[in-house]
Design a protein around this ligand. Structure first.
Ligand SMILES: *[C@@H]1O[C@H](CO)[C@@H](O)[C@H](O)[C@H]1NC(C)=O
Ligand SMILES: *[C@@H]1O[C@H](CO)[C@@H](O)[C@H](O)[C@H]1NC(C)=O
Ligand SMILES: *[C@@H]1O[C@H](CO)[C@@H](O)[C@H](O)[C@H]1NC(C)=O
Length: 443
């Protein structure tokens, strides 16, 4: 009880802060927002060529920002959605689904469509992503992907979610992203909480759209803090079959590959992940690992753009595990009974998939706070304006302690990349203070 009153008060303060221009806690918020709406990029843009950005100086461009959410329909994306739906910073233009992430290509879009309906955003166009990663090596463990669909099906059966596909459009995800960025009078905010394939494909289809991105927020990478790799060897196995990471990058679809002959002389396939034990030698994070080339392309295409780039690195979320006790405790503060049940069931399913952290939901809250001018908040430590490269180099013959460079992101002055602000540490207390009251508006 004490906690809910405390939450209520923090929420009031939060609302006041968002609503008021001269609130002491947001003293620099209005100036940042002013710069944003005027399209002036305040950061030093060494060695970048600036083009003319007519859209940015448009006087009508102010909050809420046109917004595209690109995601892979995972449990943490769903947690992000419950929060984002109520943000006053966002004018929802599209939801694009990554087919090469956690959600299955067929299940992800309709699962998110059902959640969209639950949170009152059932009319936002949803587009399905291309079936393959641009650099296919591994997919999320197949078992987890199937279990995610099963979780959503149970919600349909119990009537908590309603099956729907009416918001799903004919365009592909990259086509829809291009269309929105070309047509939007005001610069668009993009949040990508998946492998970033759709955003990379959109930029590849029409690089000029980068001009109309105000900011892009990405969940991923093991940047900044050694040892934060979260791609593990045990995740490459399903039903005793090593199959999540193969030589030909298969498994992008949900079909099972035949058993690999681990010790058989005739096997053309190396054990583990192309011969590498990722637990011991990985230096990456799943959203990057699933499409390293997409991340590299996004950075490359954004180098000459006015977009502000923010990445929530794995370390920021290490102290934010999803735990059932905590979910039950906080879910009890939710007024809507269906929502309460949904959140708890979601936590159970998420926890059954091995490692469960707040990842995408944390990234969503950090984005929302940055858009409100509150850069230090749920993100408590930023490595700012880092020029970094995304490595495509794979090495499989590694000595003890040596890391496979593939999917690692490192400082590199010569990188073909924009300066990126990396969030490296998260504030759990603040996360709970702002997340739950916002979610409570559903129902
Ligand atoms: C990484 O996260 C931990 C908390 O999990 C924190 O103590 C540490 O300071 C973080 N590192 C950086 C560089 O922010
Ligand atoms: C692997 O590395 C070791 C030591 O660096 C070397 O002796 C060996 O020949 C390498 N094996 C292959 C297959 O490249
Ligand atoms: C984390 O957030 C809480 C509550 O908003 C705040 O009191 C505390 O100072 C923050 N801690 C850090 C390290 O920023």
């Amino acid at each position: 009880m004490g906690r809910s009153i405390q939450l209520f008060w923090s929420f009031l303060i939060f609302l006041t802060c968002v609503a008021s221009e001269d609130c002491a806690e947001c003293s620099d918020a209005s100036s940042i927002l002013h710069h944003k709406t005027m399209g002036r990029n305040v950061r030093p843009h060494h060695h970048h060529n600036h083009h003319h950005h007519p859209h940015h100086s448009h006087p009508r461009c102010r909050k809420p920002y046109p917004f595209i959410w690109d995601n892979d329909a995972n449990y943490d994306d769903t947690l992000a959605f419950l929060y984002l739906a109520h943000s006053e910073n966002l004018d929802w233009k599209a939801i694009t689904i990554e087919s090469d992430g956690m959600g299955t290509p067929h299940g992800g879009p309709t699962n998110i469509a059902a959640v969209a309906q639950l949170v009152g955003l059932g009319d936002v166009p949803i587009a399905m992503g291309g079936l393959s990663s641009l650099s296919p090596i591994a997919t999320m463990p197949l078992q987890w992907r199937i279990e995610t669909d099963e979780f959503f099906e149970r919600q349909f059966e119990s009537g908590i979610l309603e099956m729907t596909d009416k918001a799903i459009v004919d365009e592909t995800a990259p086509q829809l992203i291009v269309k929105i960025l070309k047509e939007s009078e005001c610069p668009v905010v993009i949040l990508t909480t998946g492998p970033a394939t759709n955003v990379a494909e959109a930029l590849d289809m029409d690089p000029s759209i980068a001009e109309n991105i105000q900011g892009i927020y990405m969940m991923g990478s093991a940047y900044g803090v050694p040892g934060t790799n979260n791609v593990y060897d045990w995740q490459m196995t399903y039903n005793g079959v090593k199959g999540s990471c193969t030589e030909d990058g298969g498994q992008t679809y949900t079909g099972l590959s035949p058993p690999l002959l681990k010790d058989g002389v005739k096997s053309a396939i190396r054990p583990e992940c192309r011969g590498v034990d990722m637990t011991a030698h990985g230096d990456t994070e799943w959203n990057v690992f699933m499409d390293v080339r997409a991340w590299r392309m996004v950075y490359g295409f954004l180098e000459p753009s006015p977009a502000d780039v923010y990445v929530l690195a794995a370390n920021a979320t290490l102290n934010m595990p999803v735990t059932l006790d905590e979910m039950e405790e906080y879910a009890s503060t939710l007024a809507d009974e269906d929502l309460r049940v949904f959140v708890i069931e979601l936590a159970k399913a998420f926890l059954a998939a091995g490692e469960a952290k707040w990842w995408d939901a944390q990234c969503a809250v950090v984005m929302d706070q940055v858009l409100s001018g509150k850069k230090i908040g749920v993100c408590s430590n930023w490595a700012e304006q880092k020029v970094t490269s995304v490595s495509l180099v794979w090495r499989s013959n590694l000595t003890d302690g040596e890391l496979n460079p593939y999917g690692s992101i490192k400082d590199d002055e010569d990188a073909h990349a924009p300066p990126v602000d990396y969030c490296l540490d998260g504030n759990v207390t603040q996360m709970w203070e702002v997340y739950w009251p916002m979610v409570n508006q559903t129902g």
